[in-house]
Write a protein that binds this ligand. Structure first.
Ligand code: HEM
Ligand SMILES: *[C@@H]1O[C@H](CO)[C@@H](O)[C@H](O)[C@H]1NC(C)=O
Ligand SMILES: *[C@@H]1O[C@H](CO)[C@@H](O)[C@H](O)[C@H]1NC(C)=O
Length: 323
């Protein structure tokens, strides 16, 4: 009798787990926040733990990890393609202009992948999902908003340096080019303004803001002069400047600075060049709540770009190469 009710309990538990598993596809692109809840409940806490440790060791790592997810999603969707190393058959995106000697954090992703596969007992968490969760945990670690990451992405078996070069926006772009670039990803003007707020953290190299500090007219004079001292007309290409005055804090200073023509990149300052975006910049500059809400919403929208799902692609055992 006792055995019978235990079996019944097991059967009911099985049914409810199956029902939950079936209900994990509530969104039209096939992703769901509870995707790993039954397969590996330790996956997300493990990612968070490694991200927190990495950010504690070097604050900038939070920025670098956030950027990896962006550069992954803008090249044929969020499919982990940015993580593939070059081989004779892999046209590595790491060598594309926006990434070469710029994208960083790959070792942290390797470490997360190893830890997650260890706690899960087998490779069930995709590298693409690791990038999406890592981006969220990085923002939280630097004091920013949190959001539910939709999961279930699978990993690509290809990469494209050409697409990385053409589809990742460039720092010399004007507003119409930026709007068009985001539009081609299915993202709106509001997503552009909110997601550019990611530049509230992290750094940029002299070579990407040199033209701005010597040639742009919509730049604060003292701000430009000051930057010129560490970014001469020639040489010192890799010297760093922070993208806003508090590069380890997810605050609204990025937008405040745009209002005083102290955006570091030409593409940053471009957001103040038209009423359509300037209005949003102004409201984000004094309204944490609005910025955080819209940033979180737009991160989810960016994370939804063209995921591989179901039996598409694969779950890589090593994020750097196809199985
Ligand atoms: C709107 C168009 C964008 C352009 C043109 C752009 C361009 C750039 C450039 C040129 C850098 C400096 C790279 C270097 O010097 O090595 C940079 C850094 C960064 N970008 Fe963007 N970006 C854009 C949007 C975004 C978005 C949407 C995100 C994330 C949601 C993002 C996150 C970051 C972060 C966090 C850094 C600092 C990285 C670090 O310190 O390692 N960016 N971006
Ligand atoms: C990437 O950077 C290295 C220097 O670290 C350089 O030698 C190489 O030519 C660059 N590759 C591309 C494709 O630009
Ligand atoms: C600024 O503009 C001039 C004239 O178009 C150009 O020669 C120069 O390379 C640009 N960049 C810098 C850093 O001076």
């Amino acid at each position: 009798m006792a055995l019978g009710s235990l079996s019944l309990f097991r059967a009911l538990l099985f049914l409810s787990l199956t029902a939950s598993a079936l209900s994990t596809r509530p969104y039209k692109n096939g992703l769901s926040p509870d995707f790993y809840d039954y397969v590996c409940p330790q996956a997300l806490p493990t990612i968070k733990r490694v991200v927190e440790a990495a950010v504690q060791q070097e604050r900038r790592m939070g920025a670098s990890l956030l950027r990896l997810h962006f550069h992954d999603c803008f090249v044929n969707g969020c499919d982990g393609s940015i993580l593939l190393d070059p081989t004779p058959t892999i046209d590595s995106e790491k060598l594309a202009f926006p990434n070469n000697n710029s994208a960083r954090g790959f070792e942290v992703i390797d470490q997360i992948k190893a830890e997650v596969d260890r706690v899960c007992g087998r490779p069930v968490v995709s590298c693409a999902d690791i990038l999406a969760v890592t981006a969220r945990d990085s923002v939280v670690a630097l004091g920013g908003p949190s959001w539910k990451v939709r999961l279930g992405r699978r990993d690509s078996m290809t990469a494209s340096r050409t697409t990385a070069n053409s589809d990742i926006p460039a720092p010399n772009m004007d507003l119409p080019a930026l709007i068009n670039n985001f539009k081609r990803q299915g993202l709106k003007v509001k997503d552009l303004v909110a997601l550019s707020g990611a530049h509230t953290i992290g750094f940029a190299q002299c070579r990407v803001f040199r033209d701005r500090i010597y040639n742009d007219s919509n730049i604060n004079h003292a701000f430009a002069k000051n930057l010129q001292s560490s970014c001469p007309r020639t040489g010192s290409d890799t010297n760093l400047a922070s993208l806003d005055p508090s590069p380890a804090r997810f605050d609204t200073l990025y937008y405040n600075n745009l209002l005083t023509q102290k955006g570091l990149l030409h593409s940053d300052q471009a957001l103040s060049t038209d009423e359509s975006t300037l209005e949003l910049v102004k409201s984000y500059s004094y309204d944490y709540d609005a910025f955080w809400k819209d940033f979180a919403k737009s991160m989810v929208r960016m994370g939804n770009i063209k995921p591989l799902i179901d039996n598409q692609g694969q779950i890589r055992s090593n994020c750097r190469r196809v199985n």
